[in-house]
Ligand binder design. Structure first.
Ligand code: 6GU
Length: 267
């Protein structure tokens, strides 16, 4: 087997297309923690398979990260690939498994990648728990990068302005903000949260940025949406836990699913 991650993704794309029985896909969505229940609203399922049946995918490591990929037909006739869960850098398998889904989707034809996540809110003055925020830009503090070698990818507009504007045609009041990514798996200290605020961050999490970079390298447009599941550590005093992240996801699934379904139909 090749150890070239791009060749591995091409192989996974071929396997996926033949498993689903389609020639190509139009859009991919990555459902982060708390977002998996929202997937049901996006379209009619054509097929769903465990990612471990495809080359290059790591088995899921965390409860609530389902590790399946679903192919759906949307209301407007588009073919969407929905990753129900993702691999995180904190799992310790390195960066390639983290971006393998995005690379596979691009090899399978997608030109738009929708990345969702659960995030800590850094601006509780203006943010509410359960609010969805458009990612306008990111600060990558993971210490990792999916690209190796002298490939100088422009990151002036990682998260497409056109796609953000399109979402606001559906939800005019939706805020946007800068997503700060750490490797995790620990949540941040209160001092790190204060640092993120000083740096201009609005949300904090452990995902998305590496996938966004890989998508841009592959030429896809990226839409990023954070579900604010809790304030960052120390901002309101309550300790953080993964279960509350999933609970906020369950509570907002219908709303988030409705939003994503409208967004995908408008693409
Ligand atoms: Cl506060 N931090 C990080 N890194 N990820 C999160 C979070 C906080 N809340 C949800 N996911």
């Amino acid at each position: 087997m090749s150890n070239d991650p791009y060749a591995l993704a091409a192989g996974a794309a071929t396997a996926l297309k033949s498993a689903v029985g389609v020639e190509s896909f139009d859009v991919a969505l990555v459902m982060g923690s708390g977002w998996v229940p929202a997937a049901d609203a996006i379209g009619e399922t054509i097929a769903e398979i465990p990612v471990t049946e495809l080359p290059g995918f790591a088995p899921p490591a965390v409860a609530g990260h389902a590790g399946r990929v679903r192919a759906v037909r949307t209301g407007s006739g588009k073919t969407a690939l929905i990753f129900l869960g993702r691999t995180h850098l904190y799992e310790g398998r390195g960066v390639d498994p983290v971006v393998h889904g995005v690379r596979t989707a691009i090899k399978a034809g997608v030109g738009t990648v929708v990345l969702t996540n659960a995030a800590g809110g850094l601006r509780p003055e203006t943010q509410e728990v359960g609010e969805a925020v458009l990612i306008s830009d990111h600060i990558n503090l993971t210490g990792a990068n999916p690209i190796t070698g002298a490939t100088f990818v422009d990151l002036t507009e990682v998260y497409s302005r056109r796609l953000r504007d399109l979402v606001r045609e559906i939800e005019p009041s939706m805020a946007e903000g800068v997503y700060v990514a750490f490797r995790g798996p620990t949540y941040e200290t209160p001092a790190e949260v204060r640092m993120c605020r000083i740096l201009g961050g609005d949300m904090v999490g452990m995902s998305t940025v590496l996938e966004a970079v890989a998508a841009r390298e592959g030429g896809a447009d990226v839409l990023g949406i954070s579900l604010v599941t809790n304030p960052g550590a120390g901002l309101v005093g309550e300790p953080l836990n993964h279960e509350e992240v999933l609970e906020v996801g369950r509570a907002t699934a219908a709303r988030m699913g409705g939003l994503l379904s409208k967004v995908v139909d408008k693409l």
